[in-house]
Design a protein around this ligand. Structure first.
Ligand code: PEP
Ligand code: MG
Length: 592
């Protein structure tokens, strides 16, 4: 809910997900849909205009069939049948003939003609006292919106790649694939009504260094494009029409941030070592091959998580083995001899690939995701494994499987890996025979069988984003339950400890690549619990290093001991906050 603040100013509060403050005009997505332009069309251009309409109708039909296929597979034939009514609108000769007549007789553009005629039919149907006919009016409006989008080339209202003026985007939601395409030059920041800190949209924002706030509830409905705003990604606030006093206060915060960034730059090339000499492996998470530069620039030693699924999205066809090999090699060669942990495809959850025909599911995070998908879609899996193996000849590659829930999945995945190795040997293609293979620990069952997994692996990487979601039964995407998403929940602390214990017993190392690793408040806790490596989005790495260099391992162990014996998540969090603010106060000065 908005808060009236000082005169003329309105404050919206949400969840801070990507640090930074920005100021500018807002662009509200989803509101520009209503305006349908009217243009005069000359006689000579008439045939072209009608052909434009026909092409849009064909495209709309394909889109509806695709949605229908996904709904039928995911929810059942009956639900899919709903779209038959939409398809019928596209075949309604009376309607289409009238639209064409309108274009020809009124000399207007196709979108305008379609809008006028379809709205006339829809409002007539809607006015009749008959539920069936009223529903047909809704169908007609749905299909019309789709046709108009196609005619106007509005895939998702506004093409975010073609923005000319810098702006702050306000939207109900942004998909991870849309976020991946945002350009920092034109998108100063963004805020969404829904979402949580560990959604892939939020992860992308941090990786791109775009200040972002999610979970603003109904803000997108209450705001208008063009309003002046200040977005504070440190505190999760969007301020509309900020007063001079507010701007002054933010000026102070920004000055403190600039001076902190200078301090952080000073330690860029220094090791991540505690005051009492404990060396921590500090790595970075990357999503695209081009992120490699950011890894060194931010003082990370290597890559602890390469989320390969971002190579697969925003495109029409699956990347070939050669294309994947080149992308992996680019990162591996750039960072050699530092390690690069490549994670096999983690499709599903909130990451969907339009071209891979994945059906809509009721519970995508519990469904056909990650290793489950790969073990069934063997061609996709083998192609990737071959590409990763080939890249292992070019540097220090380690590979891990996501979403391992038990030993059978691990054995099956390793069996596919073996067949790829046999093939490559026969083809005399070089690869590292001793490439380390690990697993993400992100499902509680994996922790409970960690001893069995550890015997067959070289490392574990704790995916705390999912581990928290699956352990606490809290959707990581849902702002309504975000208050229950507690990284310091005693259950999470104990699961991390159990994972470390199993790894120690088998003599393998443990990293954390979930967002907990990028929160300096939690760094002492994780290190005190015995984690060997932390891997975070490149822009977060300097703060983590800063904190490590001000920490004593002996104190971190005391903190972890406290957490292991504590029964309350807020108490553990409070102790972590108190401790980190004491040893590194300047890291937290951007907080209001
Ligand atoms: C995790 O779950 O913590 C993780 C690192 O994987 P992702 O965020 O890609 O699901
Ligand atoms: Mg995960």
């Amino acid at each position: 809910m908005p808060e009236p603040a000082q005169k003329g100013e309105t404050i919206f509060r949400g969840i801070p997900v990507s640090a930074g403050v920005c100021r500018g005009k807002i662009l509200v997505l989803g509101k520009s849909q209503t305006a349908v332009p009217r243009r005069e069309v000359a006689e000579a251009a008439m045939a072209e205009e009608i052909s434009r309409l026909e092409k849009a109708l064909i495209l709309t039909r394909q889109q509806i069939l695709e949605v229908q296929r996904k709904v039928s597979t995911g929810m059942g034939a009956e639900e899919g049948g709903i779209f038959d009514a939409h398809l019928l609108v596209l075949e309604d000769r009376t309607l289409l003939d009238e639209v064409i007549r309108n274009i020809q007789e009124a000399n207007v553009n196709a979108e305008y003609a379609f809008h006028v005629v379809a709205e006339k039919y829809a409002s007539t149907l809607a006015a009749i006292e008959d539920d069936y006919l009223r529903e047909r009016a809704t169908d007609m409006r749905d299909v019309t919106a789709r046709i108009l989008n196609n005619l106007m080339g509005r895939q998702e209202e506004v093409d975010l790649k073609k923005l000319t003026e810098p702006c702050i985007i306000i939207s109900y939601d942004l998909t991870p694939s849309t976020t991946a395409q945002l350009d920092r030059k034109t998108v100063l920041g963004f805020a969404t009504d829904i979402g949580g800190r560990t959604s892939h949209t939020a992860i992308m924002a941090r990786s791109l260094r775009i200040p972002a706030v999610v979970g603003l509830k109904g803000a997108s409905n209450q705001l208008e494009t063009g309003q002046n705003a200040l977005l504070d990604g440190y505190n999760g606030v969007v301020i509309i029409n900020p007063t001079d006093q507010t701007l002054f206060e933010y000026g102070q915060i920004i000055r403190k941030q600039v001076s902190l960034e200078e301090k952080l730059r000073d330690i860029q090339a220094k090791p991540a070592i505690t005051l009492d000499g404990h060396r921590v492996i500090l790595s970075a998470n990357v999503e695209q091959a081009t992120d490699a530069e950011e890894v060194r620039a931010n003082g990370a030693e290597g890559v602890g998580l390469f989320r390969t699924e971002f190579l697969f999205i925003n495109r029409e066809v699956t990347p070939t083995e050669e294309e994947q090999y080149r992308a992996y090699r680019q990162v591996v060669a750039a960072l050699n001899p530092e390690p690069v942990v490549i994670r096999t495809l983690d499709l599903g959850g909130d990451k969907f690939l339009s071209h891979l025909q994945v059906p809509t599911e009721m519970n995508p995070f519990l469904g056909w995701r990650a290793i489950r998908y790969c073990l069934q879609e063997k061609v996709v899996f083998r192609t990737q494994l071959r590409a990763i193996l080939r890249a292992s000849a070019d540097g220090n590659v380690k590979m891990m499987y996501p979403m391992i829930s038990g030993l059978e999945e691990l054995n099956q995945a390793n069996a596919v890996l073996e067949t790829c190795k046999v093939e490559l040997r026969a083809e005399k293609v070089p690869f590292n025979e001793n490439m380390e293979v690990g697993a993400m620990i992100e499902i509680p069952s994996a922790v409970l069988v960690a001893n069995s997994l550890a015997k067959r692996l070289k490392f574990f990487s704790l995916g705390t984003n999912d581990l928290i979601q699956y352990t606490l039964a809290v959707d990581r995407m849902n702002e309504k339950v975000a208050h229950l998403y507690e990284p310091t929940h005693p259950a999470i602390v104990r699961l991390i400890k159990a994972t470390v214990d199993a790894a120690r017993k088998a003599g393998i190392w443990v990293g954390v690549c979930g967002e907990m690793a990028g929160d300096p408040v939690l760094t002492p806790l994780l290190l005190g619990l015995g984690v060997d490596e932390l891997s975070a989005a490149p822009p977060l790495v300097p703060s983590i290093k800063f904190l490590i260099r001000r920490l004593k391992m002996s104190e971190a162990k005391v903190l972890a001991e406290f957490a292991l014996n504590c029964e309350s998540a807020p108490e553990i969090l409070a102790r972590c906050q108190e401790f980190t603010r004491e040893i590194a106060p300047s890291l937290f000065e951007g907080k209001l």
